[in-house]
Design a protein around this ligand. Structure first.
Ligand SMILES: Cc1cc2nc3c(=O)[nH]c(=O)nc-3n(C[C@H](O)[C@H](O)[C@H](O)COP(=O)(O)OP(=O)(O)OC[C@H]3O[C@@H](n4cnc5c(N)ncnc54)[C@H](O)[C@@H]3O)c2cc1C
Length: 268
């Protein structure tokens, strides 16, 4: 149906981004294709070392699934910081990552975790790394007629530590700035690290240089400062009602420093 109806049609998942956009007349699709009846888009399963989460799995289900929380605590911690329970009962993981809004929390976490998206269209199925998916505000690698069917997350190594730190003006708000960190340690030093940033650019950001700066170190204050400087350098937030651009860049650095410290404290 998506392919037949073309650009006039939009998939409807939880509706908690799309319906507000329609109310504001920022989106005026002639056709909505309700994904709720497609059972295959639901559910969380293991596939080899990966966890595969159906696109229509709600944020509430991500929080409630104990096995997922044990394997990927970062997803639960992030989902708990999205909006409020009412939104999370309907809002889906697929809608959150496919929306293309840099304010959504899950995309930066998916960059951090090295996730990929299963995408289906009339030409078949393909898989796109989250790190290659986001192209601009509401611009993604999805071609007309394609949709995300599942999110594939490689299970992080045992003993990893992870954290999502989000600054928001009030409960239920989008991030002024947020940072996701996952790391492992060996002999008191950081062995691996990956970092994602939310809402401080036109896309979610994968802070490669910042992560590289902490690998091999004991995360001493000078190293954290270096990592924060690398992260701040790739941000380009808008000045808006969450604060001027300079403030939001600084807050991205503060969130990163906190996330690094918490991830370290959680790593075995
Ligand atoms: C008051 C409020 C506060 C919020 N706060 C936050 C917050 O702090 N953090 C946050 O991350 N989000 C927040 N949200 C957004 C919420 O998490 C949305 O539910 C989510 O972003 C989109 O998921 P959805 O299932 O509702 O998608 P929908 O609104 O149904 O769809 C969103 C977009 O993605 C497309 N789409 C949906 N599913 C697919 C798919 N499988 N494949 C391809 N395209 C698809 C739709 O066509 C649409 O363009 C908030 C929403 C509200 C109303």
């Amino acid at each position: 149906m998506l392919a037949d109806l073309g650009e006039d049609a939009r998939p409807l998942a939880g509706g908690h981004s799309l319906i507000p956009m329609m109310k504001l007349r920022l989106a005026e699709p002639a056709h909505l294709i309700d994904l709720a009846g497609i059972g295959e888009l639901k559910g969380i399963r293991a596939d080899g070392g990966d966890v595969v989460i159906g696109a229509m799995t709600t944020q509430h289900e991500v929080i409630a699934e104990a096995a997922l929380a044990a394997k990927l605590p970062l997803l639960r911690e992030t989902a708990l910081q999205i909006a409020d329970p009412q939104v999370r009962y309907l809002g889906t993981l697929g809608g959150n990552v496919a929306n293309g809004d840099p304010g959504n929390d899950m995309p930066a976490v998916m960059l951090c975790l090295g996730a990929s998206y299963h995408i289906v269209g009339t030409k078949g199925e393909r898989r796109v790394a989250a790190r290659d998916f986001y192209q601009g505000v509401y611009q993604t690698a999805l071609e007309p007629g394609e949709m995300v069917t599942a999110i594939r997350v490689p299970a992080p190594p045992a003993g990893h530590g992870a954290a999502y730190e989000k600054l928001k003006r009030k409960i239920g708000d989008y991030a002024t700035a947020a940072a996701a960190v996952i790391l492992t340690q060996s002999g008191g030093r950081v062995a691996t690290c990956s970092i994602g940033l939310t809402n401080v650019g036109t896309t979610p950001l994968w802070a490669e240089d910042a992560a590289r700066a902490v690998i091999g170190t004991a995360l001493d204050p000078a190293t954290v400062k270096k990592a924060v400087a690398h992260a701040e350098a790739i941000t380009s937030p808008a000045s808006d009602n969450r604060g001027p651009a300079e403030y939001r860049t600084k807050m991205a650095g503060v969130m990163l420093a906190r996330a690094l410290a918490r991830a370290k404290s959680r790593a075995a």
